[in-house]
Design a protein around this ligand. Structure first.
Ligand code: ZN
Length: 222
């Protein structure tokens, strides 16, 4: 299944600005999973399209938090509205690449509520976007923030949630080259509590941390 962005009008819930946006609603299927759980499918890197930034006040969040005002009709490529719309959206992509959208979304969320697990996942997705953009500094920033948030999550979670959060702390520390911390986090993972699909990857990444290997990896299957 090839995913394509939906061109639509949105209203900001914070400042009521109406503006054009491009969103995608699904991660697609039949794809591959990287060792930090970045899922790639659908022929397009979807994560930047999940978050919307208001051009009026820079409030940023998943698109579901904005008011959906409707899709744009399909204009011909040469239609003046299409040209203006395309220019606006290209400008927004330059201003707000995915890694920046997720940074702003984490800031917007911190102002409104303290859902640390959601913040952790915003930073995790931000690190995937930064990797896609080839922006190593932004990838590192998001990985460090995600590690901090997942560690906070671990103070009050148990079961599968805790096992996956520990795995992610270990894997992100491995990617950051903090191998001692990675091994300590992996040592806290109860392998039997991890989802079955993640167990082979856990064993492989723990071994790579032991060998001091920080390279990105694909997640091995069963
Ligand atoms: Zn706004």
């Amino acid at each position: 299944m090839i995913l394509v962005p939906i061109f639509c009008r949105m209203r900001c819930p914070e400042c009521n600005t109406n503006f054009p946006a491009e969103i995608i609603k699904s991660t697609g299927s039949g794809g591959v999973l990287e060792s930090d759980l970045c899922y790639r499918a659908g022929g397009i890197f979807v994560y930047p399209f999940f978050v919307v930034v208001c051009p009026g006040c820079r409030f940023a969040a998943y698109h579901e938090e904005f008011v959906f005002l409707g899709e744009f009709p399909r204009y011909s490529h040469y239609h003046p509205i299409q040209r203006v719309l395309g220019e606006f959206l290209r400008g927004q992509r330059r201003l707000y690449p995915g890694s920046e959208k997720y940074r702003l979304a984490a800031i917007s969320m911190r102002r409104k509520k303290t859902d640390v697990l959601q913040q952790a996942h915003l930073h995790l997705r931000g690190s995937w976007c930064a990797r896609q953009e080839g922006d190593a500094a932004a990838e590192r920033y998001h990985q460090e923030q995600a590690v901090r948030n997942f560690r906070q999550v671990l103070q009050e979670s148990c079961g599968v949630e805790a096992a996956v959060a520990s795995y992610l702390v270990g894997e992100l520390c491995r990617r950051l080259g903090r191998f001692g911390e990675a091994e300590a986090a992996f040592a806290c993972v109860e392998e039997g509590t991890l989802p079955a699909w993640l167990r082979p990857g856990f064993t492989a990444m723990r071994e790579r941390a032991r060998r001091g290997d920080s390279a990105p990896q694909m997640l091995p299957g069963d």
